[in-house]
Write a protein that binds this ligand. Structure first.
Ligand SMILES: Cc1cc2nc3c(=O)[nH]c(=O)nc-3n(C[C@H](O)[C@H](O)[C@H](O)COP(=O)(O)OP(=O)(O)OC[C@H]3O[C@@H](n4cnc5c(N)ncnc54)[C@H](O)[C@@H]3O)c2cc1C
Length: 419
């Protein structure tokens, strides 16, 4: 742990990271490893709870990020995703991965950050940011609830999730060009016990329960599983999940509170941004990572891989900018260049998702039946065969953009940051 630096009653640091989810924890870790004086704040009294995640992360993500997961954060190893179409047709996207105890994972990353020298402060909620300027931009004076405030930082990394708090904490007079009003969908789940599994994540594309979304069974250790959904019909999310459970084999199983939840309704979840990456993810001395920047995979809404990776890019950019003494938006423009070069084309995948959800249940099932049992590596000729098979049965589907609809699955693979 580094010692606290206080100048004239103000806590000072190189980088203030706002929010200790996967994005914030990794941003703090990466900044501290680069020798930056880093502070990580989290508005909750503990890291990782309430959990708002299905908790899966791919092996590709862990390799890509150099994450050597300790045993205690892994609940179960899994083989990949099984997509279940409306008529029950099942097709696999096999890619190895993990279901985490996500709160323990987030605590582990934050601890790694602390060991690398970052200082963490719980129950610290940022609400205001003002520019610090002499002849030129010198950083942000940040205020909020928590004894360490005010905190002066050369660079702020906004990892506050869907709240995207920094974009709102800056005085409107600063004319900050960051959009703050993205659309979100609701995600909700139960922990269930005695859930049968062969080690795949079951993703049900069943629009009658999950409008423009899907339902899942994500297996965990000892027969536990997250059974949930994401839907654009936010007010009906819980009712729709209950109806799904009632109409499937899940109705026989016991619902329980997850270990981190001592009381209250067993359902847990949150919201997920679905408008895609913000047009602007940086400003003078400010970068947005993870959900705060709108980084989620369009079809299955996975966001941890993208949050963790964008954090690496933000830390890398912060270190270079601070070393050069140039904190301007122009210097930090390196950050969007990095993520745009790496992350998959959101617009293209979104088109596929929209095309998929424009299909009727019957058309989706027909497409499902034409796909190979293993979808993870179809190749160009394999895809052409599937399209041919579909169009021979239903030529009109070409006009319903069956090709982009089919490609949306491929783009949801781990190698495209799907999970
Ligand atoms: C139901 C559901 C299931 C999901 N399942 C998966 C999945 O299986 N796999 C996957 O990859 N993704 C999944 N996601 C998405 C994933 O959870 C997010 O994309 C990911 O957590 C984003 O990480 P983040 O660090 O950007 O934000 P978050 O994890 O949201 O972390 C943000 C943190 O900032 C804190 N914060 C907010 N405001 C302030 C403030 N003013 N001051 C200080 N701290 C603040 C919050 O308390 C929070 O701890 C799911 C989401 C939902 C809702």
């Amino acid at each position: 742990m580094t010692r606290r630096i206080v100048v004239g009653g103000v806590t000072a640091c190189d980088v203030l990271v706002v929010g200790a989810g996967p994005g914030g924890g990794n941003a703090a870790l990466q900044c501290a490893r680069r020798g930056l004086h880093t502070i990580l704040i989290e508005d909750h009294p503990e890291i990782g709870t309430p959990v708002h995640c299905g908790e899966c992360i791919s092996e590709i993500a862990c390799d890509n990020l150099g994450l050597d997961l300790p045993d205690h954060v892994i609940s179960k190893r899994v083989h990949g995703i099984r997509v279940i179409f409306p008529d029950g047709t099942q097709k696999r996207l096999t890619e190895q991965g993990y279901v985490l105890e996500k709160h323990l994972f987030e605590r582990w990353i934050a601890n790694e950050a602390a060991e690398a020298g970052a200082r963490g402060h719980l129950s610290h909620k940022l609400s205001l940011m003002e520019r610090v300027e002499n002849a030129r931009f010198n950083g942000w004076m940040c205020d909020g609830k928590g004894e360490q405030f005010p905190i002066q930082a050369k660079v702020v990394i906004d990892a506050s999730g869907v709240a995207a708090v920094c974009s709102k904490a800056v005085e409107p007079s600063e004319g900050i060009p960051l959009n703050t009003t993205g659309e979100v969908v609701a995600g909700m789940q139960y922990e269930m016990l005695g859930v049968p599994t062969d080690g795949y994540l079951d993703f049900y594309i069943w629009p009658k329960f999950a409008e423009r979304g899907y339902l899942w069974m994500i297996p965990k250790c000892n027969g536990r599983a997250n059974v949930g959904l994401v839907t654009e019909d936010r007010p009906r999310a819980k009712k729709a999940l209950d109806e799904f459970i009632e109409s499937t084999h899940f109705r026989e199983l016991e619902q329980t509170r997850p270990p981190w939840k001592e009381k209250g309704n067993p359902a847990f979840g949150g919201t997920i941004p679905i408008s895609g990456p913000f047009e602007n993810t940086h400003f003078d001395g400010l970068m947005l990572v993870g959900d705060a920047a709108g980084f989620t995979s369009p079809l299955f809404e996975g966001g941890s891989h993208l949050a963790l990776k964008s954090a690496v890019y933000a830390a890398q950019t912060a270190a270079a900018a601070i070393a050069e003494g140039d904190l301007s938006a122009d210097r930090l423009a390196a950050y969007p260049r990095l993520w745009k070069d790496e992350f998959p084309p959101y617009g293209k995948i979104l088109k596929g998702k929209n095309a998929l959800f424009d299909l009727t249940d019957e058309e989706m099932s027909l497409m499902g039946r034409c796909l190979p049992d293993e979808m993870s590596d179809m190749g160009a000729s394999g895809k052409a065969m599937v399209v041919l098979r579909i169009l021979l049965r239903r030529p009109g589907l070409y006009l319903k953009r069956i090709v982009p609809a089919m490609l949306a699955f491929g783009y949801s693979r781990a190698k495209h940051y799907g999970w």
